[in-house]
Design a protein around this ligand. Structure first.
Ligand SMILES: C[S@@+](CC[C@H](N)C(=O)[O-])C[C@H]1O[C@@H](n2cnc3c(N)ncnc32)[C@H](O)[C@@H]1O
Length: 206
């Protein structure tokens, strides 16, 4: 599998421990050094291959159409040009393989500011959504998946309520467990999943 912008290995190392052979592409030398150390400590160095490269020139770094599973978690927010970077990432998924995208949801920022009482900031944030095309929200990512020929299999929200509930409310007995249940029951249910702070999209190349 391939982890694009895999950084210091928060996904790659546990997946290698579970038996996967993971190629991690990241532009940061420091992140890759941490990845090597963590993979060593976990005893999975031989199953983790760090590659220093920019995902925008991924075709020069890894073979196209050759990975069963490709992760693009938290990377689309970091690249300069979203559409070409996405195309390069999607091109690495083999036929029948899966692309897993984790993307932050700009809508959640508007909601969080309004609920915190800063209505002016919420309005600025809302207007920014329409003006800033460099921030790829979940609907834009789903459109990119479709135009890359991928079929969307699952969409679910991560952190629907977690960042909206005041921390003090979680001190009450049973509140943390109730929040976990609330998250589990709303993560794939509209309209709740549309306001989650991050959205996970799973798409398959037919
Ligand atoms: C927010 S972190 C996400 C790390 C990891 N995927 C996760 O979800 O925990 C973004 C990572 O992308 C890397 N990155 C940013 N721009 C990149 C680019 N153009 N090409 C490759 N990696 C990039 C950063 O070095 C960083 O490690």
């Amino acid at each position: 599998m391939l982890d694009c912008g895999g950084g210091s290995g928060s996904f790659a190392v546990p997946l290698a421990e579970a038996g996967a052979q993971v190629t991690v592409v990241d532009v940061s030398v420091d992140a890759l050094a941490t990845l090597r150390r963590r993979a060593d400590e976990a005893g999975v160095a031989e199953r983790v291959q760090p590659v220093q490269a920019d995902v925008e020139s991924l075709a020069d770094a890894v073979p196209a159409g050759s990975f069963d599973l490709v992760l693009a978690h938290g990377i689309l927010e970091a690249v300069d040009q979203v559409a070409p970077a996405f195309e390069a990432i999607a091109a690495t998924v083999r036929s029948g393989g899966l692309l897993s995208v984790l993307v932050s949801n700009p809508v959640a920022g508007v909601l969080a500011r309004a609920l915190a009482g800063d209505v002016a900031a919420a309005l600025r944030e809302l207007r920014g959504l329409d003006a800033d095309f460099s921030r790829p929200g979940p609907p834009a990512v789903q459109a990119l998946c479709r135009s890359a020929g991928l079929l969307i299999e699952k969409v679910h929200g991560i952190g629907v309520f977690a960042e909206l509930v005041p921390g003090s409310a979680l001190d009450a007995p049973g509140a943390l467990e109730a929040l976990a249940d609330l998250e589990a029951e709303t993560s794939a249910r509209e309209p709740f999943c549309d306001i989650a702070s991050r959205v996970h999209i799973l798409a398959r190349r037919p």
